[in-house]
Write a protein that binds this ligand. Structure first.
Ligand code: ADP
Length: 174
């Protein structure tokens, strides 16, 4: 009991990293973040540069949207990283990587990634979390597609993202 108490007092700060492209952050991501925030002292939502994926939003925009979307949770912060995830995890003195699992289709890639990260650093553990069923079909890619076709995505993203998409859509075509 004493050990548990000490952990909860923050002597042993439990930090989890939630990495992803977050292009943009959706309510599905936020569902996972909220669950993780209940389990860890600190959750760092780490926006990957993801240049190869040709993101719609810049890294700075994505980090800013994450920051504004998680502001209600004091133990959640936004950051970005480039390069190897396991290296970033080490730098931030974390040991756990959180990933979301929506469906079997996510599983193969996530399984491969988790085992590769373990191979690169034995100390890093990957924790998979499932969102509420209503978010299982939700992805950043679909949100962008629907928004670019003029569809209503207000149910799927937090208000700062809705506004950012609206501004972007009013500008040059996606
Ligand atoms: P990546 O480019 O790394 O896949 P994403 O931003 O698409 O980045 O996703 C980050 C993580 O969040 C991944 O583990 C992904 O499976 C998970 N995720 C994405 N959308 C959802 C959702 N609707 N519910 C739960 N997890 C999700």
């Amino acid at each position: 009991m004493r050990e548990v108490f000490q952990v909860s007092q923050g002597q042993l700060m439990r930090t989890a990293i939630y990495p992803g492209s977050f292009d943009p952050i959706t309510n599905g991501h936020l569902d996972v973040i909220q669950r993780a925030a209940r389990l860890f002292d600190r959750v760092i939502v780490a926006v990957a540069t993801s240049e190869a994926k040709g993101p719609l939003l810049s890294r700075e925009e994505r980090v800013d949207l994450v920051r504004r979307s998680v502001s209600a949770w004091p133990n959640v912060e936004a950051d970005s990283f480039a390069g190897l995830l396991v290296e970033y995890v080490r730098q931030r003195e974390a040991h756990v990587v959180v990933r979301g699992l929506r469906a079997v289709s996510d599983f193969e890639f996530e399984f491969q990634l988790a085992l590769m990260n373990r191979k690169l650093n034995e100390q890093v553990e990957t924790l998979f979390m499932m969102p509420r069923e209503s978010y299982i079909f939700l992805s950043s890619r679909l949100v962008k597609e629907i928004a670019s076709l003029g569809g209503d995505v207000s149910e799927f993203v937090p208000p700062p993202v809705l506004e950012a998409l609206r501004v972007r859509l009013a500008g040059p075509p996606l």
